[in-house]
Design a protein around this ligand. Structure first.
Ligand SMILES: Cc1cc2nc3c(=O)[nH]c(=O)nc-3n(C[C@H](O)[C@H](O)[C@H](O)COP(=O)(O)O)c2cc1C
Length: 458
């Protein structure tokens, strides 16, 4: 089950450290290569010799014991997942605040793949507001937390704080690692949040969208291995790329600038239909009477990118010279391997990337009028829109998908108080181009997001 997987385990100074011996065995039994990094305090609870014998690898504890050219905290990041168990309150706090004063912490800070944290501590420590705040910070940044359970604790009391059993940590690891496969190699752009249309420097018009649905989609897509770009009306401290765009016009610009090369675009943001025509440079003062704001229509970003995207997916090769960026090179190679290109390849004369390099950033967007002979045609991204309706949900959604021209439309009912805008749950209908409808029952936004991604990428 875990053949070819490299699992890095991080052990901190908690009494549950002894249970990790069993976790190592579970991973090893399924064929994983396991390496272990410990905090100096962890070695008070479990020995290097035991961990070394069970993992079959050297156990790492010291930042500065250099035996190879690469610093250890960088060498250790070459794993598929970092499982920190047990995670002490101390280590959780340090990771959440970017502190790197031991090898485990430096590795966590430099680790770009999934990190699973299994906290274990006394109940009062667990309930401590600072510990909870740190955990929220980590969750929001995309770390996986396997919450402790309630039961008999090593300190002799009953309460919450007992680390989940190794079997459950093992299951969670497998779940995360298998999620990684599905969207690996895909680039996904997601928008989130309600736009803010300025009235003056301190006031704006907005809507009730919290951005939670878009954020959940970005989190899940990232967990499933995608290279995510989140364009949101708020700042998101995440492990993936985040661009803040607050107004509809800023969002339009950011989406268009980041469109080329995407495999999928999900427009989950609630973009205001109107903006104030003349935004006041100074704060508007009370003048003892009425104030009239004239509103003008905003661009329909979803509809525009549906028209634009096929054009933006041709890469043109210049006749000679110049530097081709490494990212573009990789992209061309990936695309050239794609099945979708086989038909385009046979109908377009020179689709093989030429041996000479492209000028930096050149030709990522073709000019209108089709794919020139010296171009490679990249399949247009899958475009998914959202529609929030307060009445006739399905009928309105069907009309909208025909009008906008996107591949899928996710419809949700905003007349209900328990789902949709500004809540943690949702219930949606996925409508495709052929007007097939799939109902996804009420669930957390995280789970709904996963179902949407599974449905459209199945
Ligand atoms: C016997 C004993 C058991 C401990 N168990 C825990 C624990 O389960 N969880 C925890 O957060 N701290 C526990 N601590 C406190 C940590 O060891 C301490 O906060 C330490 O600084 C953690 O260091 P580390 O995070 O670098 O490993 C325990 C301490 C002792 C002496």
């Amino acid at each position: 089950m875990l053949e070819n997987k490299n699992i890095l385990i991080g052990i901190t100074g908690g009494i549950a450290a002894y249970k990790i011996c069993n976790l190592i065995r579970l991973y090893k039994k399924e064929g994983a290569n396991v390496r272990v990094v410990v905090t100096p305090n962890a070695l008070n609870f479990v020995t290097k010799l035991t961990l070394q014998t069970l993992s079959g690898n050297e156990v790492y504890a010291d930042n500065f014991e250099i035996k190879e050219y690469k610093p250890k905290h960088i060498a250790l990041t070459e794993a598929d997942i970092f499982v920190i168990a047990p995670a002490s309150a101390n280590t959780i706090g340090k990771i959440a605040n970017g502190i790197c004063d031991n090898l485990l912490l430096s590795t966590a800070c430099a680790f770009s793949k999934p990190i699973l944290i299994a906290p274990a501590m006394n109940e009062n420590m667990w309930k401590n507001p600072f510990v909870q705040k740190n955990l929220v910070k980590l969750k929001n940044a995309g770390y996986h937390i396997i919450e402790p359970e309630t039961g008999f604790l090593a300190c002799g009391t009953n309460g919450t704080g007992r680390m989940k059993e190794p079997e459950e940590i093992f299951e969670k690891t497998v779940e995360i690692l298998s999620e990684k496969q599905t969207l690996k190699g895909k680039k996904i752009l997601i928008t989130a949040g309600g736009t803010r249309e300025k009235i003056d420097p301190v006031r704006y018009i907005t809507n009730s969208s919290s951005g939670k649905m878009g954020l959940a989609l970005a989190d899940r897509a990232f967990d499933m291995g995608a290279e995510v770009t989140l364009i949101s009306t708020f700042k998101a401290d995440k492990l993936y790329k985040n661009i803040v765009a607050q107004t509809a016009l800023e969002m339009e610009k950011a989406v268009k600038e980041n469109l080329a090369g995407q495999d999928c675009v999900i427009m989950a943001a609630a973009v205001s239909d109107y903006r104030v025509e003349n935004v006041s440079e100074q704060k508007i003062k009370k003048q003892g009477g009425e104030v009239t704001l004239r509103l003008v229509e905003n661009p329909d970003i979803l509809q525009e990118i549906c028209k634009l995207s096929p054009l933006c997916h041709s890469v043109t090769f210049p006749p000679q010279g110049g530097q081709r960026s490494q990212a573009l090179n990789q992209r061309i190679e990936q695309e050239a391997d794609r099945e979708q290109l086989s038909s385009a390849r046979s109908s377009t004369p020179s689709l093989t990337p030429p041996p000479y390099p492209l000028p930096q950033g050149a030709g990522e967007c073709a000019k209108p009028g089709g794919t020139p002979a010296n171009s490679i045609y990249l399949p247009p991204p899958l475009i998914i829109g959202f529609c929030a309706e307060s009445e006739n949900l399905i009928e309105n959604a069907k009309t909208k998908i025909r009008k906008k021209g996107c591949d899928y439309l996710i419809a949700n009912d905003i007349s209900r108080k328990d789902i949709g805008f500004n809540t943690d749950e949702n219930e949606v209908y996925i409508i495709d181009k052929n007007l097939n409808i799939k109902h996804i029952e009420k669930d957390t936004k995280q789970n709904i997001a996963k179902r949407i991604l599974e449905e459209v990428f199945e």
